[in-house]
Design a binder for this molecule. Structure first.
Ligand code: FES
Length: 64
């Protein structure tokens, strides 16, 4: 689903940025540009961030 029309960024790209550590709209703007032009997509970005699992540091990764 296209989230940011200004930068042509979809929800998967935002989720990927969140899984890599982005925790705020500002982080998403830095990571992929979404939300950095008109700002109309920022509420949707915030919803995606709220629904994305928090990335764990490598030191917390499960050991098989
Ligand atoms: S729609 Fe995302 S910045 Fe305009």
């Amino acid at each position: 689903m296209l989230v940011c029309h200004c930068r042509a960024v979809n929800d998967r790209q935002i989720e990927a940025a969140a899984l890599c550590g982005a925790t705020s709209v500002r982080d998403i703007v830095t990571a992929c540009g979404a939300g950095g032009v008109c700002g109309g997509c920022r509420p949707v970005i915030e919803e995606i961030l709220e629904g994305t699992p928090v990335a764990l540091p490598a030191s917390h990764a499960a050991v098989a």
